[in-house]
Design a protein around this ligand. Structure first.
Ligand code: NAP
Ligand code: MG
Length: 499
């Protein structure tokens, strides 16, 4: 545990890492049924951080039974909305109080900068809990002015109720472990559901620290359960007959498996999947702002973002100057462990991701791409990759078509009358897109033509808790965040009364 020893990690984080981390089921921290554990590693060094109880199908079953009981028998279901509101708000407050601790733990487990994990991931997660705390008291049905053509002369009072779906399985990835969990937990709980959270095997720790916060906030047992494990635990949750809904963020490949697994009881499924997002820079853009913004588009979180703007389309007249400026800025980015406060780019999450990303780089270069900067692994230890700007790429190269999930961008020139939108939309994905121009009508015109769930104009990664987020095409089903997420976790009952 060299990194933990060398760097400044708070006493609370050290204490948290000291023992085996247990599953959180029915309000108690418990061993896995099998007694097995797995190791979670520090991606900056590849060394062991701590052991985690290894949840499998039997543990998922225990957690589902607890969540079922909490939903069907209460006290959760009978709790007043404003009581749920106060509990969820408290989670936001506790996250804010402990943001430094969450940031350090996320940096150790995931590799990202502790400063960013605290100021962005944790601060935003707290905001998400507060935003949906407010929603708990604002979920409304409507009265419907029915005509009832088959009952002439009758009088009716018809209305709708918005009710929770029931037991929800939440399966999240490793790129924003705490944040992706909060996007699902907060609206699911505000709507009155009970949940089982399955964090990614690479990054289970902040989910377990969050379980302590749910405990401290005073949630009734069984309302929130956290079961770390591998893909088989996620598969067991997706197939479980007593689970009413799965909300998943991760790869498109696993998303399709979840759809198959959910068929048994036709549970509801929402999916937030991969992307290969276009970022379009017109010649009339503010050059310096667009360079910085485009760098952020593909490099934020080391490129491990589903929305990463990794197809950079630049208008021909500025292509060379622009890509060189992006490459120059990328070459100056400070690489290091997430716990070093000067670090701008940390390691990828795992050996598997390092192999995957360097594999794409090898293939791209072999296909004929040229790296303006980067192109390979950085250093000998840890899972670091140099920020890489590829040019001389063709639309059929794997580095242009496939989600790499690392600090790699493929830049391509276009002519103003080229039909850039056709190129931008030429992808199985449709998650996000960026547009850089000073021409306001061109910006809005282009935004309407892009097949993407989020379009950012003269900025990138412009998220807000109140804005819906999700994918067109194979980037997913449904919209998270904002009022849209309440739809994901409620169902409508129509009630019609003869007066
Ligand atoms: P993944 O397998 O899709 O992992 C996401 C979550 O699904 C994890 O909790 C995972 O558990 C779980 N899972 C795995 N197999 C499952 C199954 N059959 N049924 C239910 N749940 C299952 O993603 P990955 O393998 O970690 O990453 C592979 C690639 O996916 C990345 O390179 C990237 O391209 C993409 N990805 C996209 C996002 C995104 O935000 N859209 C996030 C992460 C990765 P385990 O962790 O135990 O496998
Ligand atoms: Mg996986």
């Amino acid at each position: 545990m060299t990194v933990v020893a060398e760097q400044s990690v708070s006493a609370r984080v050290r204490e948290f890492l000291a023992g085996t981390k247990l599953l959180y089921i029915d309000g108690e921290f418990v061993d896995a049924s099998s007694g097995r554990t797995f190791v979670t590693y520090d991606p900056a060094t590849g060394e062991r951080l701590t052991d985690v109880a290894h949840g499998e199908a039997a543990d998922i079953d225990r957690a589902v039974r607890a969540a079922r009981r909490a939903f069907d028998e209460g006290p959760w279901a009978s709790m007043k909305p404003n009581e749920r509101e106060r509990l969820i708000w408290r989670v936001g407050d506790l996250l804010t109080e402990r943001a430094a601790e969450f940031g350090q733990l996320e940096a150790l487990d995931n590799g990202k900068s502790a400063a960013i994990a605290s100021a962005v991931d944790t601060a935003w997660a707290a905001d998400v809990f507060r935003y949906y705390a407010g929603w708990a008291t604002k979920i409304e049905g409507s009265t419907v002015n029915v005509s009832m053509p088959f009952a002439p002369g009758g009088q009716f009072h018809a209305y709708t109720l918005r009710e929770p779906i029931g037991v929800c399985g939440l399966i999240v990835p490793w790129n924003f472990p705490l944040l992706m969990a909060s996007w699902k937990l907060a609206p699911a709980l505000a709507a009155g559901n009970t949940v089982i959270l399955k964090p990614a095997e690479q990054t289970p720790l902040t989910a377990l620290l969050l379980a302590e916060i749910f405990e401290e906030a005073g949630f009734p047992p069984g309302v929130v359960n956290v079961v770390p494990g591998f893909g088989d635990a996620g598969a067991a949750l997706s197939a479980h007959d007593d689970v009413d809904k799965i909300a998943f963020t991760g790869s498109t490949e696993v998303g399709k498996k979840i759809v198959d697994a959910a068929k048994g009881n036709l549970k509801k499924v929402t999916l937030e999947l991969g992307g290969k997002s276009p970022n379009i820079v017109f010649a009339d853009a503010d050059f310096d702002v667009a360079v910085q913004g485009s760098l952020n588009a593909w490099l934020f979180n080391h490129g491990q973002c589903c929305v990463a703007g990794t197809r950079l389309y630049v208008e021909n007249s500025i292509f060379e100057r622009f890509t060189e400026a992006v490459a120059e800025a990328a070459s100056r980015v400070k690489i290091g462990p997430g716990l070093d406060p000067t670090t701008e780019l940390g390691p990828l999450v795992s050996q598997e991701q390092l192999d995957r990303v360097t594999g794409y780089l090898r293939d791209g270069l072999a296909d004929g791409a040229r790296a303006l900067t980067g192109g390979k692994r950085w250093g000998e230890t840890g899972y670091f990759v140099e920020p890489t700007v590829l040019v001389d790429v063709e639309p059929e190269f794997s580095v242009v078509r496939e989600e790499i999930f690392g600090p790699v961008v493929a830049a391509m020139p276009f002519d103003a009358d080229d039909g850039i939108v056709t190129a931008a939309n030429d992808s199985i994905y449709g998650l996000a897109a960026g547009i850089w121009t000073r021409d306001i009508s061109k910006a809005h015109r282009t935004a309407r033509l892009l097949k993407a769930g989020s379009v950012w104009i003269n900025q990138y990664n412009g998220f807000d808790t109140a804005m819906p987020f999700g994918g067109y095409k194979q980037s997913g089903w449904g919209r998270e965040l904002g009022a849209a997420a309440i739809d994901l976790y409620t169902q409508t009952k129509a009630v019609n009364v003869a007066l």
